[in-house]
Design a protein. Structure first.
Length: 94
């Protein structure tokens, strides 16, 4: 599984390619955030489809948050994002 710029554009309902580079940067930043916030992120991402699906969705949500609030100085993450990060932090594949 992998999140692409096209998936993010579909999620955000963007039909033009003017900001593709910016969106790609936001996806890289979202993945980097998760790699730093979640222990064993890469290991769990490759080993578990359930983990990867949740992580991919969260990368979409994070990248969308970055895009929609790029001119806002408030960098607090929403409760939903924090909850999803916590779920990944405590993920166990049973």
């Amino acid at each position: 599984m992998s999140v692409t710029v096209e998936k993010l554009k579909n999620y955000l309902r963007i039909n033009i390619s003017d900001e593709d580079n910016l969106l790609a940067d936001f996806l890289v930043t979202a993945r980097g955030y998760l790699q730093g916030a979640v222990t064993n992120f890469e290991e769990n991402y490759t080993a578990s489809e359930e983990f990867a699906a949740k992580a991919d969705f969260l990368m979409l949500v994070l990248a969308a948050e970055y895009y929609q609030n790029r001119s806002n100085d408030d960098h607090n993450l929403s409760y939903t994002i924090r909850s999803l990060v916590t779920q990944l932090q405590y993920f166990t594949d049973e």
